[in-house]
Design a protein around this ligand. Structure first.
Ligand SMILES: O=C[C@H](O)[C@H](O)[C@H](O)COP(=O)(O)O
Length: 227
């Protein structure tokens, strides 16, 4: 599994050129990309490249490996964004947010000239929500009302609890996460928009029609899916 993650991360470097502003995703797969990117910059093989992190994890890794970091409000445009995903359907719609960074990820990746997604083959599904729930970032005061509202969609939904923290996890924006397992998402774009109309929802982890390229790590090597 780690070999597949490393392989897709290496492949993603081929899309990076001098003077690019790069959206730096969150998660274990993108961590390799940030590492390899930093190593290339340190060797002088890439120049004038800047990273816009989607989370503290991405920022800390970028600092550790020597990728110059800038914030979204310091750049005019993002040339490319690179990030992992929890599920990818045949039309390159995604579920993201296992790491609770979905809101900043979507803000940055929506704006990227090219959005490259890095996954291993276990993330490929026939339809969204086949295996993974949709993470939904919510305003803390609204969590219970939103949980109840999700019953309309027949979702099995729960508040995400901390592992090394008592009580719910708190996102980098100061919000809670609800993980909602829907029976089957027939129309990802429709569902993405509908969930965001619920008052108190900040953003949800369906990324419909955003990914341009998906690099899939398989036992036979890296495969490319493109829209
Ligand atoms: O919030 C986290 C992100 O959406 C991650 O990019 C996603 O969960 C994939 O992470 P990983 O590469 O560790 O499977």
């Amino acid at each position: 599994m780690e070999d597949m993650k490393r392989a897709v991360a290496k492949e993603a470097l081929k899309y990076v050129e001098d003077e690019m502003v790069i959206g730096l995703g969150t998660g274990s797969t993108t961590a390799y990309f940030i590492q390899f990117l930093g190593e290339k910059i340190q060797k002088g093989e890439l120049e004038e490249v800047y990273g816009v992190p989607t989370s503290y994890q991405a920022k800390i890794l970028a600092m550790e490996y020597g990728v110059p970091v800038v914030s979204l409000d310091q750049v005019d445009a993002i040339d490319i964004a690179v990030d992992g995903a929890d599920e990818v359907d045949p039309n390159l719609n995604l579920i993201k947010g296992r790491g609770a960074a979905l809101t900043m990820e979507k803000i940055i990746e929506y704006r990227a000239g090219t959005f490259v997604v890095l996954v291993d083959e276990t993330k490929l599904v026939e339809y969204l929500c086949q295996k993974m729930p949709v993470p939904i970032e919510v305003i803390p005061a609204a969590w219970k009302a939103i949980l109840e509202e999700l019953n309309i969609f027949n979702a099995e939904a729960e508040l995400r609890m901390g592992k090394k923290k008592d009580g719910p996890i708190v996102t980098e924006n100061g919000n809670f996460i609800i993980d909602a397992k829907f029976p089957k998402i027939e129309d990802p774009l429709d569902m993405e928009i509908e969930l965001n109309t619920i008052p108190g929802v900040v953003e949800n982890g369906i990324f419909a029609d955003i990914a341009d390229i998906v690099l899939v790590g398989t036992k036979e090597g890296v495969k490319k899916m493109e829209r």
